[in-house]
Structure formats: C-alpha cells, structure tokens
Design a protein around this ligand. Structure first.
Ligand SMILES: Cc1cc2nc3c(=O)[nH]c(=O)nc-3n(C[C@H](O)[C@H](O)[C@H](O)COP(=O)(O)OP(=O)(O)OC[C@H]3O[C@@H](n4cnc5c(N)ncnc54)[C@H](O)[C@@H]3O)c2cc1C
Length: 423
C-alpha cells in the first residue's frame, strides 16, 4: 500500500511534536528545516549570557527522529507552497506532499522600522544568542583599551527593549553575568560605568501575568541593579544611542530588541490570508482556508480561542501538533479532522538567581518558590537526558561558584570558497 507523505515545514516545538505523534500512523513523515537542529528556546537566553553551551539547548533533528521508522529529515530553506501541485517549495527544490503541516514559527518584529534591524540585536535563533554572547565579551575587552570614561560607559551600557519574559530574563541574566562573574575577571572594572536598562512601553512588565507577579518581577530586577524604565517608548535607535519619548537619550552601543514578534516569513510567503501579526489565519481544525490537506500550527498559526489569538507559546504549538497528527491519522482512514481546544497549563519566567514568577491556574508563585518551579519545569523539559544532566551540572556550578566558564569569544571561520568544494 502507498503511504501518504506528510511534509512538516519546521522542526521546532510544533513540527517535531507532530512528527513524533505520527509515529504509528500509516504515513511517511518528512521534516524540513533550515537548521539541522531543534532549538529549546526557553534556555536560549542562557546561551546568550554564557550559562549554557549551544549543544545543551539544541539537538540534531536526525537524532531526535531516529526512532521514527517512517520519518526522515531534509535541511532546506522553505520559500513557499504550490498548493495546486501540492509542492512545498524550498531553495533545494520542491517536495511533494499529500498532507502539509506549516510549523515555521515566528521572527522578530521591527514594526516596519528597517533601521531597528540594523542597529539592534535579536534573540530568536541560536546564531543570535551566540552573537550576543560574543558581543558582550568583546565590549568588555574593548572597554579596557578606552581611556575616555563616557566612551567606556557607552560600551558597558546594555539596553534591553521589551518587558516580556525574554526581555526580563535577559536583563536579569546580563546584570548577574556582569556583577557576579565578570567583575572578578576585570578587577579594575568600575561598576559605576556599567549599566543594564530594561525599557518597556507599557506601565508594567510581563503583560500576561497577574499584577502582583508583574510587580514582584520589577522589584526583583531593580534589586539586581537593572534600571527598569516603564511607560517608555523607543523613538529611535542609532549605532550610538537609544532615543526615548520626552527627549531622553541613553548612550549605548548595545541594544537587544525583544519588543516584537510576528509569524515567520515562510508562513507569509505561502500567500495564505494572515491575521496580525503576520500569522496564517486558520479555523478550529487548524486547516488552511480552502486547503483541507494543509494545516498550520504553532507561532505561524493565527487561531482564535474565545477572545483573541492564542499566544505564541510552546504548549500551544505542542497541543496543536498533537491535534493535527490525530486529524491526519483520521483523514488517512477516511475520517474528518478534529476541532482544537487549548488547555492552558500556565506561564512562568525567571529573573535570575533565586527569583522567578509562575502562574499556574490559581497558584501564583514569586521569588524563590517561583524560581524553583521554573528550574524544575525547564529541567524536565530539556529535550535529551544527556542535556538534562549537563544543564543541571552547569546550573549547580554557576549557583555555587558564581562562575560561568563559557566566557569565550568564538566565531566560526569562513568555509573554503565554493570553487574548492565538491558540487
Ligand atoms: C528566546 C525565546 C524564549 C522563549 N521562551 C519560552 C518559554 O519559556 N515558554 C514558552 O512557552 N515559549 C517560549 N518561547 C516561545 C516558543 O519558542 C514558541 O512559541 C515555540 O517555539 C513555537 O513553536 P513553533 O513550532 O511554532 O516554532 P519554533 O519552535 O520556533 O520552530 C520553527 C522552526 O521552523 C524553522 N524555520 C523557520 N523558517 C524556516 C524556513 N523559511 N525554512 C526552513 N525552516 C524554517 C526554524 O528553524 C525552527 O526550527 C520563547 C521564544 C524565544 C525566542
């Protein structure tokens, strides 16, 4: 019997979960991703701040699908879909599908301001996490050559824009990296010349959390020497400063932009109708309008649940993935797709050592209990047992010795020119 081919674009939380959930279905599964690895995004900020190495938060897709007897992987950049001929279009060539699952995630949103993309750094990919880590250590090294104190301050001022979980986690982790670890390496460092600033346009941090937890997060960050600027709108970012409303200017060479996120470019390139912010509009069965054999899940999908769109979160992507796998299994057997209903397991964020916030239904934790909950949930969800062990050792080392041994400025060398390589 010919097995229908299910092509899954994107091997992130949605794509990988869907492939695994199809393990026993009578289909062949082909995962396609621009990277050969699956990234555990919640710990990416720890790569950017030298707590963890890339290998602890990213895992080869081929290793993760080894136990799928009818699963395979192709590394390729997805560029679009030919719905009439049922082809997923990639830079390497088209791939035929009987069922297609679009799970290409999200990308940083600069709200149409192209200059922000040039003057700020992002934190959506492993490459960006490593680039940020290199940048922080390079700025510290440069600052030792500079005699002008204003120039040194500009080098050592780190501005994070966006008070969501990623911005809060990054601001706390940068401040701790500097104050607990780097100050031991740079004995002549004047901490008055170092500044970590978190800028948020709303009058509070962590908009999706309970007001009491938002306030706990703000206090905790301030306690960790982060300047929290609420109700502050960024008007412009140059290579040398951040300009805020009211004529406030923060001189800095270092701006991390975590203030916006929108559906992936690959999703937009399908030409399917989009919901704001650039997420493909899908109905309750997660099927693309007019294309019953195409499903959209995760950050790329604009699914309405009661009021607004479902948030861009891992549990949403994973629950949708399982639902779509069940629908495809039914459809192969002549049945109908199922309706999706999201079950909210809660949200959490960490603010560095000993401090976190967690909102799990009626249970609301902050401070040390919130932090313990965050540690536990993230540790058990790290993708492989080996990584779980290494992550635990790295966390314990950092906690006990105030030390992050991964303080390396590393850059991959350019590969040999194409002419020297085999075709
Ligand atoms: C720094 C950070 C921290 C986060 N922390 C949390 C958290 O603590 N808890 C939580 O619930 N959520 C968190 N999130 C959000 C969470 O990562 C997403 O909601 C989740 O990953 C969505 O799953 P997905 O499958 O839609 O997309 P992803 O997991 O992002 O996977 C998308 C995949 O598609 C691939 N891809 C994209 N475009 C192309 C293309 N053109 N061609 C080929 N492949 C492509 C990507 O390489 C990626 O592998 C965080 C996100 C970030 C960036």
């Amino acid at each position: 019997m010919n097995r229908p081919v299910v092509v899954i674009a994107g091997a992130g939380f949605g794509g990988l979960t869907c492939a695994r959930a199809l393990k026993h279905a009578p289909v062949d599964v082909l995962l396609v991703d621009r990277n050969n690895y699956h990234l555990f995004t919640p710990l990416l900020y720890q790569v950017a701040t030298a707590i963890l190495d890339p290998g602890e938060v990213a895992h080869p897709v081929r290793q993760l699908i080894r136990d799928l007897p009818h699963g395979d992987f192709r590394k390729a950049e997805v560029t679009g879909v030919d719905f009439d001929r049922r082809l997923l279009l990639t830079e390497e060539g088209p791939i035929h599908y009987e069922y297609l699952v679009i799970a290409t995630g999200a990308t940083t949103d600069y709200f149409g301001n192209r200059s922000l993309a040039e003057t700020t750094m992002g934190l959506k990919s492993l490459d960006e996490g490593l680039a940020f880590r290199n940048h922080v250590f390079s700025q510290f090294e440069k600052s030792r050559w500079v005699t002008d104190p204003d120039e040194r301050r500009r080098l050592l001022t780190f501005v994070v824009v966006g008070g969501g979980p990623t911005g809060v986690e990054m601001a706390g982790a940068i401040s701790e990296l500097i104050r607990l670890v780097l100050r031991k390496d740079y004995r002549d460092l004047n901490l008055n010349e170092v500044r970590v600033v978190l800028i948020e346009a709303a009058p509070f941090l962590l908009g999706r959390f309970d007001p009491r937890l938002r306030e706990a997060a703000r206090k905790s960050l301030e306690h960790k020497n982060v300047d929290v600027m609420l109700g502050s709108k960024v008007e412009a970012v140059t290579h040398e400063a951040v300009r805020l409303g009211g004529g406030i200017e923060i001189p800095t060479f270092n701006v991390l932009w975590t203030a916006g996120v929108r559906g992936s470019e690959a999703g937009a390139a399908t030409g399917l109708p989009l919901e704001r912010p650039s997420r493909i509009k899908v109905g309750a069965t997660l099927q693309a309008p007019g294309h019953g054999e195409v499903f959209v899940i995760g950050d790329s999908a604009g699914v309405t649940n009661g009021g607004g769109l479902l948030p861009m979160l891992i549990p949403v992507a994973m629950q949708e993935a399982k639902q779509v796998a069940a629908s495809i299994t039914e459809m192969v057997d002549g049945g109908s797709p199922k309706t999706f209903l999201y079950k909210d397991p809660g949200i959490m964020a960490t603010i560095g050592r000993n401090s976190g916030v967690a909102q799990l239904g009626r249970v609301k934790l902050s401070g040390f209990p919130g932090w313990l909950m965050w540690l536990f949930v993230h540790l058990v969800n790290v993708v492989t047992f080996r990584s779980r062990l290494i992550v635990l050792i790295n966390w314990a080392w950092d906690y006990l010795f105030y030390d992050r041994p991964i303080r390396l400025i590393v850059r991959a060398a350019e590969p040999p020119s194409r002419s020297k390589m085999a075709p």
